[in-house]
Design a protein around this ligand. Structure first.
Ligand SMILES: [Mn+2]
Length: 356
């Protein structure tokens, strides 16, 4: 079990780990709930959740005993004693200072470790996807791609960004998405220069670039893709920028393999964009891990840490943004394999020009 790997790797002297975040509870138990506590320890583990979820949890959680959460102030110290814990770690990257103080007081004699090791170990573990996790992302991505195909026939001049975003969202939700990966981005015309523009009342018109960045969630797992389309014929400058981003994106993908430094993966895309004269117009990282969270480890950026490993699932999404004019971003998701990568995004990347 994944949780056992974490427990074994905790710093010496730490014998337990408290997991309270939604994301990590889902990861370790496979059970999604708005509240709960997973107590992992070297001598045993327990998942506590309240009356609202207890019936479903008893049926679904297989990794450890399931206990109905009633009075945490009594149950937590009792479990710590039962599992013979002297010191327990917690999610230092996810728990507020107030909650950490509360946990420390609930634990009484058992000390709460402030070490970041557990948080780092969980992040590293979650970055490497199992086959089952990859399958879920693939289903999510399939839902997003069907919505993309649909939207190509839907967009007409005069439609607002909001209308296009709503149509994408509706299609994903109607066709199996449990939820949306994030607020869908539809950025058209001058708005496409803002990487995370919010869809508004702007009406798409001939010559516009339209950037669509969206994803679906399936069984807790996210997908993420970006395509930039045009309505009618774009200017030659727009075509040049699109070609540059596409060249960078394809080169970035092609470079992916185990052992490649995350910074080096970023540099592949960044160098091409810099050489084309648009270095200052690419102000974000090249990519990020995707899974239970839309952004997770590893990070492909100039400050990204570590190297790619088999099982990492990352986006490659360079862009060029010219303030007050237009922007282009193209994004695929890629799974790092033994020799290179598998592209999980099948939608076409050649510039699609929609009829006006
Ligand atoms: Mn992304």
């Amino acid at each position: 079990m994944k949780a056992e790997d974490i427990i074994k790797s905790l710093p010496s002297g730490t014998d337990g780990l408290l997991i309270e975040s939604y994301e990590n509870r889902l990861y370790f138990t496979g059970f999604a709930s708005s509240a709960g506590l997973l107590f992992l320890s070297k001598k045993g583990s327990a998942f506590l959740t309240d009356f609202r979820y207890i019936e479903a949890a008893r049926r679904q959680v297989k990794c450890c005993q399931v206990i109905e959460l009633k009075k945490i102030e009594e149950q937590l110290p009792k479990l710590a004693k039962k599992f013979d814990c002297k010191k327990v770690a917690f999610e230092t990257d996810r728990v507020s200072v107030a909650r950490a103080e509360k946990l420390a007081s609930l634990l009484g004699d058992v000390s709460l470790s402030k070490s970041n090791t557990a948080a780092r170990l969980i992040s590293d573990l979650r970055a490497v996807k199992t086959k089952e996790e990859v399958e879920k992302v693939k289903v999510a991505q399939g839902i997003a791609e069907k919505a993309f195909d649909y939207i190509l026939g839907y967009i007409k001049p005069g439609m607002t960004e909001k209308e296009i975003a709503l149509a994408l969202d509706y299609h994903m939700l109607k066709n199996g998405a449990q939820a949306l990966s994030f607020n869908t981005i539809v950025a058209a015309g001058v708005n496409s220069s803002k990487p995370h523009a919010v869809p508004g009342e702007y009406k798409v018109a001939a010559g516009d670039f339209i950037t669509l960045d969206f994803g679906a969630i399936y069984e807790g797992y996210h997908s993420d893709m970006t395509r930039t389309l045009t309505l009618g014929s774009p200017s030659s400058e727009k075509q040049k920028v699109y070609k540059t981003v596409l060249t960078a994106q394809e080169a970035g993908l092609k470079a992916l393999k185990p052992g490649l430094a995350c910074q080096a993966a970023d540099a592949v895309c960044r160098d091409i964009i810099e050489k084309a004269g648009y270095g200052k117009n690419f102000g974000h990282g090249t990519g990020h891990g995707v899974g239970i969270e839309i952004h997770e480890a590893p990070t492909l950026s100039p400050t990204g840490k570590g190297k790619l490993k088999v099982g990492h699932l990352v986006t490659v999404e360079p862009g060029i943004y010219i303030a007050g004019a237009f922007g282009v971003r193209i994004e695929d998701m890629a799974l790092i394999t033994k020799k290179s990568y598998e592209n999980l995004t099948a939608s076409p990347k050649q510039l699609i020009s929609l009829p006006v």
